[in-house]
Ligand binder design. Structure first.
Ligand SMILES: Nc1ncnc2c1ncn2[C@@H]1O[C@H](COP(=O)(O)OP(=O)(O)OP(=O)(O)O)[C@@H](O)[C@H]1O
Ligand SMILES: [Mg+2]
Length: 328
């Protein structure tokens, strides 16, 4: 039953380079038809994991299946269903946008006319129609990324690997790439997206695995990951910067939490974790504000929000550092 297989399933996946365990026992399950985010800092093992899944590298341990097919034993079947847009561009610099896409289309077995039509259609859809006749070496970074993704979806793949598709792009180009990703998924393609940007994972992915030093340190929906760190955070802005130490003391006591001092000298942020109390996050926050008022601290503005993925990420990586210190 191919239809019910997850797009990706790995068990204890390992890839070593010398004595570097780049991927060190990764378990993943990516449901078909979704965007799945693989989030991690430089050197976490994201590209290595993607290359193993795309059959470009052979794993050293564990197993990985793509739509139920083993990436080693059944590599050809896997290759027939996946496409990879690498971290580094793969199109030919000296050819024009059109020439690149037509050439790749021909290599994929399209007839001359079909290849031309598909190229024109993609160049138009990716906002590259005007640049179609220019050599790719004269494209901007954002145009390069877009032609690269266009090249990888000449044939609509069942599973598309996008390895840091927006690294180095300006905000406008990033949102263009996001729109493309959404359009690709709407056509039924599963996307495995690696990124170092938490907001990107937040916007695009329905589930996220946070990977650090070759291991998955957290996995879940965005809501689950945020909830694992705390149920919310209170952001407070004071009228007087001089009252900040007092505000910090009151909030820390009322919320039983660490309070962060923001770069802005009148602002503070505290996590409301909701653990060990019957009160909801909103009620806890309200009580904390009442205590600030009682202490004579003047509050200009406050907001109660879900923790950002940034806070989640910092909390998670912080936690593993501490776990390592205690286990030695
Ligand atoms: N071909 C290779 N030979 C030797 N070591 C490698 C090779 N490829 C990756 N590594 C090492 O494996 C580890 C994981 O690298 P990888 O490229 O998978 O990280 P990444 O999460 O993609 O990082 P980035 O965000 O910088 O792209 C790193 O320590 C890297 O130096
Ligand atoms: Mg990488």
């Amino acid at each position: 039953m191919a239809g019910t297989d997850p797009a990706i399933e790995t068990n204890g996946l390992v890839k070593v380079f010398g004595d570097n365990r780049a991927v060190d026992g990764v378990d993943l399950r990516v449901p078909a038809g979704t965007v799945y985010g693989l989030l991690g800092p430089n050197g976490a093992g994201k590209t290595t994991a993607v290359k193993v899944l795309a059959t470009l590298l052979r794993p050293d341990g564990g197993e990985a299946r793509v739509f139920g097919r083993d990436v080693v034993r059944d590599a050809d079947a896997v290759r027939g269903r996946v496409s990879l847009t690498g971290q580094y561009a793969s199109v030919d610099e000296d050819l024009t946008g059109t020439e690149n896409l037509v050439l790749l289309g021909r290599l994929l077995g399209h007839g001359k006319r079909a290849a031309r039509e598909r190229s024109a259609q993609l160049l138009e859809a990716f906002g590259l129609a005007e640049a179609a006749g220019r050599q790719v070496k004269n494209y901007s970074g954002g145009m390069r990324r877009r032609i690269d993704i266009a090249a990888s979806i000449l044939n609509t793949p069942d599973l598309l690997f996008l390895d840091e598709p927006t690294t180095g792009l300006d905000p406008r180009s990033r949102s263009q790439v996001w729109a493309i990703v959404r359009a690709v998924v709407a056509q039924g393609t599963t996307v495995l997206l690696t990124t170092q940007y938490l907001d990107e994972a937040d916007r695009l992915a329905s589930r996220i695995a946070v990977i650090d030093r070759g291991r998955v340190i957290a996995e879940g929906t965005k809501g689950e990951l945020k909830a694992s760190v705390g149920s919310g955070s209170v952001h407070v802005r004071l009228r007087e910067p001089g009252q900040r130490p007092e505000a910090e003391r009151v909030l820390a006591g009322a919320l039983n939490a660490t309070v962060q001092l923001d770069p802005d000298p009148v602002a503070l942020t505290a996590t409301v974790d909701g653990h060990g109390t019957e009160l909801g996050a909103a009620e806890q926050a309200a009580r904390a504000l009442a205590e600030l008022a009682r202490a004579g601290v003047m509050v200009d503005d406050f907001a109660l929000g879900q923790p950002s993925l940034d806070e989640v990420f910092l909390a998670l990586t912080d936690r593993t550092d501490r776990a390592e210190e205690t286990t030695g």
